[in-house]
Design a protein around this ligand. Structure first.
Ligand code: ARG
Ligand code: ZN
Length: 872
């Protein structure tokens, strides 16, 4: 059943032009396809024509206007096979599909009565018979026929070229997309939609019409997405020289969507959560998320659409590169160090866990059963880290020359990761043969670093040892080419020292290349004893171990010139203290707070106020999930207790400082998602969370009035969360009730209402989840709601991992039910259970038995693949 990369064969037949006509009906949509096809020059003249097709009712089939006799083809539930076809021909087919029954949300489906599509990766085969593979690229002409009342708006890719009225209250629009594309980029939308419109003038002076299509009630939530789109279009021109290539660019918001968004040519379809914002309904984090996703999908127009993937094993070619591009865009638009801190902090928590678990896979997997299971943190985020390493290895200028070359040489083609890296090699003269292992080896490399200062010689000897742990199917690993950005911070001067390596002066901040299992770097002319600052800006996706003392870390926290490493020193310092407290908790010993952490925090709070956004990050303790990542066996309760103890100790010791920070950052200014305001709000809200951790009387009053003031959703949501997560149910209940009533009409806000309740640490959460699953507003058919309630519960560490196993049971029950409705979401929801190896024996047994129970059901290939790996 798995597909292998090594089995890749070019298609025997390609489609040069595709014409589709959709006659929309919820239960019986008719799809007519007219495909201009030709045999590949190198293919065997007797090669059969194989077309994918699933859940399609075949009505008619003809080649060159002659009906194909039933004896001439084979039809099964995966597609259609015609034994003999001419060298060039026109294939015409008509099928019937039922969008209203499509709960998998792949192919053509209905969301809130409106029609929309999701074809990546293999959804187009649920629309018509077609060679559903990205290396078949055709121009498309699409006619959509709908009801004038129900579907006044009919959209598809490209430009509208004709429209008209038909009998029976129906009408049609015909769209033409002149750019050849694979079918996964096809899109259709039809419904009662409203748009806001704007314009962008490209660098060559062309006018592009920009439209965002939404339900009427959401017209006031599009401003930020539109502004983000225009910024992204301009940024891509400046940073990559990429210009938009159609006269029209459309974004549509839909409520039921499996992922964030989709880059369909000229017609991006978005999860409404990834596009709609309003100060009263969306948090700062949501605003920034929307900005990033709008940019991501827009950037795909070049990195993905004009240059696409040869096959789905190359998925990271477009996703890793495009994530890297959107990360750089957001860094340029907001606070660059904060963007990096947030991305890395998420990456080290979630991608490291994936890389260490049973579903670990390389950035370019060599086989898969279900490609939708591979839209992962490894393919996306680790893929982006690898592109970032390439840029750091070749430098910014060569990187730009390399990307220019890539876009130029492969425009209109479906290519591979080698093609991309090859352009970088050609533009820079570097050799990336060892570097390519990053794409084929799974697992996170561990780097053990060890340094020694030789006072007599004035030398610093840095030894780096790398080892990548075994992952499923890959017992032995080869050494990787790892760029380590670093500095040596003088302990006397507090300054970066000049780095001299092998007689060459490298400057104060340099990238050294680790290629062997073990390498020693000897820095000469080192005038004073240094503390090494390693892996600055997280220059490689590795786990770096260095035996820093707490004094070293406190020193780096204040002296490192690299903002990222300053933050990381604080995290490491907190982790050391947390380690002691976790041990104390387990041994039943009284917990004592490390005064060095308190001093470090005091220094941060009273020091010169630099970047407020960075400060807010530095004041935030490592999450329970990240702490868990550092432990050999995860002790859920000890981690929670230790972290709460640190939070409360800091709050007690620094209560007045936090209060002062809060007061200094309250503003009456009208809400704007600007970096300055966002920084202020984060700092203020971090301070409030410390005050609330000790239920400080004045803090409680501030929290209540922040909630009541209703200034913007960032502040309201934070106040609500802090109230609901406190022990003051007398204050929490009325707040929750008021919030739920006020926002009952807005699904995106209600998602937050669900999440806030099921993420609280109190032990009543399981019952609350069960109760909320009966709430009229809950539905398994809406992925956002499932994530907001069930997904969020599974992230609630103390409650999901209850020792009676009821948390696991609940998740398994939902997975089993969802497996029938939406296999993609069901498969994703299992993730927390797949991490069973990280827990104590009791929990391991409980988690495994739920996985076994799921495995006994009749399963979709999506869920099957994940469960089978998890139990292997
Ligand atoms: N290409 C889209 C994006 O990253 C994601 C599509 C995911 N599709 C899916 N069936 N999971 O922007
Ligand atoms: Zn993408």
């Amino acid at each position: 059943q798995p597909v292998y990369l090594s089995d890749y064969q070019p298609p025997a037949y390609r489609v040069t032009h595709t014409e589709l006509t959709f006659d929309l009906d919820p239960a019986a949509t008719r799809v007519k396809a007219r495909l201009l096809m030709e045999r590949h020059p190198e293919a065997d003249a007797n090669a059969p024509l194989v077309l994918n097709g699933e859940h399609l009712k075949l009505i008619s089939l003809a080649i060159d206007a002659t009906p194909v006799d039933a004896s001439a083809y084979e039809l099964d539930d995966e597609g259609l096979r015609i034994a003999q076809v001419p060298e060039r021909f026109v294939l015409e087919s008509e099928v019937e599909i039922a969008p209203q029954e499509n709960t998998a949300l792949e192919g053509l489906y209905q969301s809130n009565g409106m029609y929309c599509t999701q074809c990546e990766a293999e959804g187009f085969r649920r629309i018509t018979f077609y060679p559903d593979r990205p290396d078949v690229m055709a121009t498309f002409k699409v006619t959509v026929i709908g009801d004038q009342q129900q579907e006044p708006i009919l959209l598809a890719n490209g430009n509208p070229i004709e429209r008209g009225e038909l009998e029976g209250g129906r009408h049609f629009v015909t769209w033409e997309d002149p750019h050849p594309k694979p079918c996964y980029l096809f899109a259709l939308v039809a419904g009662n939609l409203h748009s806001v419109e704007d314009h962008f003038t490209t660098m060559s002076g062309r006018d592009v019409t920009l439209q965002i299509w939404v339900e009427k009630d959401n017209l006031d939530k599009t401003e930020h997405a539109m502004a983000s789109l225009k910024r992204a279009m301009e940024w891509d021109e400046q940073a990559y020289g990429r210009e938009y290539d159609l006269d029209l660019f459309m974004i549509v918001a839909v409520n039921d969507f499996n992922m964030g968004a989709m880059e369909n040519k000229g017609l991006n379809i978005f999860n409404s959560a990834a596009v709609l914002t309003h100060p009263q309904t969306a948090t700062d984090a949501a605003f920034q998320n929307v900005e990033g996703i709008v940019a991501h999908e827009y950037f795909h127009n070049w990195s993905g659409n004009r240059v696409t993937c040869r096959d789905w094993f190359q998925l990271s070619l477009k996703e890793g590169f495009t994530v890297f591009r959107d990360q750089c865009f957001s860094a340029d638009t907001n606070s660059a160090p904060v963007k990096r801190i947030q991305d890395v902090s998420f990456f080290r928590t979630a991608q490291f866990a994936e890389d260490a678990g049973p579903t670990a896979h390389p950035i370019r997997p060599d086989h898969f059963i279900e490609i939708t299971n591979f839209y992962t943190l490894t393919i996306y985020e680790k893929g982006a880290e690898v592109v970032r390493m390439l840029r750091n290895l070749v430098g910014e200028e060569s990187f730009r020359r390399g990307s220019d070359l890539y876009f130029e040489r492969f425009d209109g083609q479906a290519v591979t990761i080698e093609d991309f890296v090859g352009c970088m090699a050609e533009a820079s003269g570097e050799d990336f043969s060892q570097f390519m292992r990053w794409y084929s080896q799974a697992g996170t490399p561990d780097i053990d670093a060890h340094g020694e200062y030789d006072y007599v010689q004035g030398e610093y000897h840095l030894t780096l040892r790398q080892r990548t742990p075994a992952t499923p199917g890959q017992p032995d690993k080869l050494p990787l080419h790892i760029p380590v950005r670093m500095g040596l911070v003088g302990t006397k001067s507090g300054q970066d020292l000049t780095l001299t390596l092998n007689g060459e002066k490298l400057g104060k901040d340099a990238v050294i290349h680790l290629r062997d299992d073990e390498q020693t770097f000897v820095f000469t002319d080192v005038a004073e004893a240094p503390v090494p600052s390693l892996l600055r800006e997280f220059s490689a996706p590795v786990k770096l171990h260095y035996p820093y003392s707490r004094e070293d870390l406190a020193f780096l926290l204040t002296h490192d010139s690299d903002g990222f490493n300053r933050w990381d020193a604080g995290q490491r310092l907190a982790l050391l203290a947390l380690d002691d407290l976790i041990a104390a908790h387990r041994n039943g010993v009284e917990k004592v707070m490390d005064s060095r952490v308190v001093d470090a925090f005091r220094a941060l709070l009273s020091g010169p106020m630099s970047d407020k956004a960075v400060l807010a990050e530095m004041l935030t303790l490592p999450s329970e999930a990240y702490i868990a990542e550092q432990q050999p066996i995860v002790d859920v309760d000890a981690i929670h207790a230790a972290r709460e103890f640190v939070r409360q100790s800091l709050a007690v010791a620094l209560r007045d400082e936090f209060m002062a920070i809060y007061e200094a950052n309250v503003t009456e200014e009208a809400y704007a998602p600007t970096p300055e305001q966002i920084a202020q709000r984060s700092l203020k809200n971090v301070a409030l969370s410390y005050l609330m951790s000790i239920e400080d009387e004045q803090g409680l009053a501030l929290c209540e009035s922040q909630f009541a003031a209703d200034h913007n959703m960032t502040d309201v949501r934070q106040a609500l969360t802090l109230l609901v997560h406190s022990d003051r149910d007398d204050l929490a209940s009325p707040a929750l009730k008021a919030f739920g009533e006020k926002w009952a009409h807005d699904p995106l806000v209600m998602d937050q209402w669900f999440t806030v309740q099921v993420s609280r640490p109190q032990p009543d959460v399981l019952e609350r989840v069960k109760y909320l699953m009966q709430h009229p507003a809950f539905s398994l058919k809406n992925p956002n709601r499932v994530r907001a309630l069930v997904g969020a519960f599974a992230q609630n560490r103390v409650n999901f991992h209850r020792l009676d196993g009821q948390g696991y049971q609940l998740l398994a029950d939902v997975v089993i039910e969802l497996n029938r409705l939406n296999p993609e979401i069901a498969a994703r929801l299992i993730t927390p259970l797949t991490r069973w190896q990280r827990f104590d024996e009791t929990r391991q047994a409980l988690m495994r038995s739920e996985l076994e129970r799921i495995k006994q059901q009749p399963l979709s290939s999506n869920v099957y693949e994940v469960v089978e790996k998890a139990l292997a």
